[in-house]
Design a protein around this ligand. Sequence first.
Ligand SMILES: CC(C)(COP(=O)(O)OP(=O)(O)OC[C@H]1O[C@@H](n2cnc3c(N)ncnc32)[C@H](O)[C@@H]1OP(=O)(O)O)[C@@H](O)C(=O)NCCC(=O)NCCSC(=O)Cc1ccccc1
Length: 166
Amino acid sequence: MSDDAEGLPDDAVSFVQRYIEEEHGYLSWLGTEVNELEPGRAVMTVPYDEKLTNTTDPPTVHGGIAATLLDTAGGIAQRTMLDDPLTGGVATVNLNVNYLRRAAGDLRATAEVVRSGGTIGVSTVTVVSQIPDRVREDDEAFERWQGTTEEEAVATGQGAFRLFRD
Ligand SMILES: CC(C)(COP(=O)(O)OP(=O)(O)OC[C@H]1O[C@@H](n2cnc3c(N)ncnc32)[C@H](O)[C@@H]1OP(=O)(O)O)[C@@H](O)C(=O)NCCC(=O)NCCSC(=O)Cc1ccccc1
């Protein structure tokens, strides 16, 4: 089994997006977007939605959302490395997440395949978020965010996946 991947079809992003919207209840409910796909790499977003937040002021996005995004992007990145990403499959066997900063905006995950082995693959994933205007406009909250306006890493982790190659 090789670590190399063939190129993906031009419509890979829209194909996976359609799959999420039409077939996957949970990921579509989260509003999950597929931004980029290439062999060994996936970029995906969950847009901010109040229904996904904790009861903090201002609301912060529940950590489980970042974990879901990390898991999903890590698994899809693994799929891009299968000889046939459509007929093959992946199942998460281990996931770890370190939460680095609170998040109050959209979450965007970039997943990279560290290893695509014969039966097990490992992806490393970082989730970034930017402080939205509603937090910037609240002086006290903005101070709690240390006045950062740049997009910053809010979570990072690794997933291990059982690879079903056919
Ligand atoms: C299967 C294994 C990982 C390894 O067990 P072993 O006993 O060593 O088995 P072995 O390695 O020999 O494999 C043969 C077995 O595998 C079965 N099979 C075949 N094809 C598939 C397939 N496509 N998917 C799943 N299973 C498949 C086949 O029927 C056979 O089962 P059997 O033994 O006959 O009943 C087991 O520990 C397990 O199921 N863990 C739970 C994993 C789990 O639920 N993770 C969370 C959900 S993932 C998620 O939500 C995130 C996500 C979603 C989307 C995208 C990205 C991320």
